[in-house]
Design a protein around this ligand. Sequence first.
Ligand SMILES: [Zn+2]
Length: 340
Amino acid sequence: MRVAVLHAPRDVRVEDRPRPTVEAPTDAVVRLAATCVCGSDLWPYRGVEAVDGPSPMGHEYAGVVEEVGSEVTTVRPGDFVVGSFSASDNTCDICRVGYQTHCVDRQPGAATGAQAEYTRVPLADGTLVTTPGMPDDDLVPSLLAASDVLGTGWFGAVAAEVGPGKTVAVVGDGAVGLLGVLAARRLGAERVIAMSRHEPRQRLAREFGATDVVTERGDEGVARIRDMTDGLGAHSVIEAVGTQESMMQAIRATRAGGHVGYVGVSHDVSLPGEELFFSGVHLHGGPAPVRRFLPELIELITNREIDPGRVFDLELPLDQAAEGYAAMDERRAIKTLLRL
Ligand SMILES: [Zn+2]
């Protein structure tokens, strides 16, 4: 099969590798309907995270089950399924309270990479969720988005305790931040402030339900959010970047008693204890338990109530994965869909 492999920073090659097969009795092999590049793939691509030898890339997937192990009972060959980047048993005490990314049995959800024609999914019964019947082709991008960026933006909004009557600010205008806007709106927020200085992303944020756009960042961005909220700060802030600046921007833009939902993968962030102590702000986040939200998100997508697939603004064949990475790295694209 064809698979995108990262050899070194900025060196993505699409290569032939053996098609994955069932290895454990709880595995499934999925034939992907489409695949994509994630903002988090840019960390190793840029050399910020070490690349440990040639690495098959990708962790977002939706497609048709090809083969299942002898112990798999909930999905059958021919089912259309969506999974997440984290495989989980969905039965342990941690999973049962909705924290499947911290499952006692957790392992990578797409063990053999997902920028590929096929992937092997461990713990298939706990990890995969079937769609009602075979989805129309035009729903595939949205179902693929559910696998990570939508589920992650959704968790950011839930972790930030978004709800009716609240003012929500979103730090980060990548796919996760934009889908955090969509989630905040769906969860009833009264006002959703997208923080973005990039016009096409501002437009998509408004289409997803942002009521306001703030172009300033850092302390100036914080001052703008406070100006818009009677000097108090937002009730809920979704942090979808993962840097020191974005995390402090999120904390400082939140009112006392409010909540930050942080879902940008943290890179060298260090929090000042004294400032946190006196902020009165709740912090919650981490790797999103996408599995918790998949049944609801699949239903919203297949009922055509939400269209998160609009975050894909570049579509290329899998063989041009390198260009898909470069376009996202240079911010020419929000998110790249790779056709199979
Ligand atoms: Zn578990």
